[in-house]
Ligand binder design. Structure first.
Ligand code: F6P
Length: 378
């Protein structure tokens, strides 16, 4: 089914079009408001704003990322004509370039999204996550694991890019459209090494870290490898700096998990990775050999979030009943996806589930973030 249509934003009524035409400009405005950038950066951001709305892709000459991932070929084309995954990825690269993130100088390495990510850590929702841990300890072990998995899953709803467009945070109608929780729990209980491919910082990363801590602290796994982005990407995607912020936050909150995670990082039971491919505009099917070997050496890889899901199954409009197992057969080891639905891509649905969703909501269920899934390919 690799010839299923690639998702693009060409249709003005489509979801990708709305992301490119509305979400990206709103994000630039937010970034402009968050820092006292100098004239050069302000000019570059204004140019990007114009280009994002009605311009074309203009790769900067001094950025080799465009060559590394062969996306300079999109120069001169409308953002809306590009494959959606490439359009978004190129947009974030341009945004970082505009604020001088990669250029030697005082703004080098200053994450334009950091204020938003830090604010996430201080929300009542993040605090509630920690309070809930005490009550959880009273539950039977399998129930604890299930609750932590679901905490990590629903934490994925918390990305800032998504909330820029959908202001309301609907708690109603939340449901799993595919639920392999039992299979995932069994796989985790038999695993020594877990790879967790993180998605967002802040309110998503905290439950991810609590899950990892639980697995390590109870001896359910020996080692965890946490895959992060090497630099800011898709607004709230977690980097090493964000992970350290989250662990420091847990330590400051005097959560025992914070101290245990600190030790696990120090003694190597929790290892961090930041592979360049994590910010590539490509599906995981095209991953380089060293990353493939890394995933192959784990007993289980869990991919978090919508973007990772799109990259795992391919950013294409496949029939929703296409089996998850065959779509991910190329992945070099057991793999699981934990994702709230925030884009058109979906596979692995039962026919009656798809029918019921379409009947009740048309297409909205695909992108509203009110539905989620846990899918596993052992
Ligand atoms: O943080 P997540 O779960 O990867 O979601 C990010 C999603 O937001 C978007 O950028 C816009 O919806 C999607 O394209 C992307 O998949």
């Amino acid at each position: 089914m690799s010839d299923a249509p690639v998702i693009r934003g060409t249709d003005p009524h489509s979801f990708p079009h709305s992301v490119l035409a509305e979400r990206h400009p709103a994000l630039i405005r937010k970034v402009q408001g968050a820092f006292p950038y100098g004239p050069e950066q302000r000019r570059a951001l204004e140019e990007l704003l114009k280009s994002a709305v009605d311009g074309v892709v203009e790769p900067p000459d001094d950025d080799e990322w465009w060559d590394t991932w062969d996306v300079r070929r999109y120069a001169g084309r409308s953002w809306f004509d590009l494959p959606f995954l490439a359009a978004e990825s190129c947009f974030y690269r341009r945004l970082l370039h505009a604020v001088g993130y990669f250029r030697p100088g005082p703004w080098q390495g200053v994450d334009p999204f950091r204020p938003f990510k830090l604010a996430e850590l201080d929300t009542p929702e993040a605090a509630a996550e920690l309070t809930a841990l005490d009550a959880l300890a009273e539950q039977p072990p399998r129930e604890q694991l299930r609750a932590l998995l679901h905490g990590s899953l629903w934490g994925n709803r918390a990305d800032l890019g998504f909330r820029i467009q959908s202001a309301e945070e609907t708690e109603t109608a939340s449901q799993l459209v595919a639920d392999d929780t039992e299979q995932l729990t069994s796989l985790l209980l038999g695993a020594d090494v877990l790879c967790l491919v993180a998605d967002n910082a802040g309110r998503e990363l905290i439950p991810d870290l609590l899950l990892i801590d639980h697995l390590l602290a109870h001896g359910l796994i020996d080692r965890a490898v946490l895959h992060l982005k090497p630099y800011p990407y898709f607004v709230s995607d977690a980097t090493t700096a964000d992970t350290l912020d989250a662990v420091r936050h847990l330590v400051a909150a005097e959560a025992a998990a914070g101290h245990r995670l600190w030790s696990a990082l120090s003694d190597g039971r929790l290892a961090l990775r930041a592979h360049p491919f994590s910010c590539a505009p490509l599906p995981y099917a095209d991953m380089p050999d060293d990353l493939r070997e890394e995933f192959a050496s784990a007993d289980l890889t869990v991919l978090k979030g919508d973007l990772n899901y799109r990259r795992l199954v391919g950013d294409r409009l496949r029939p929703p009943t296409t089996p998850f197992a065959s779509t991910t057969a190329y992945f070099p080891g057991p793999v699981a996806a934990l994702r709230t639905l925030k884009s058109d891509v979906i596979v692995g649905l039962a026919e009656k589930t798809e029918d019921a969703l379409v009947k009740a909501e048309g297409r909205r269920w695909r992108t509203s973030g009110t539905h989620a899934l846990i899918q596993v390919r052992p």
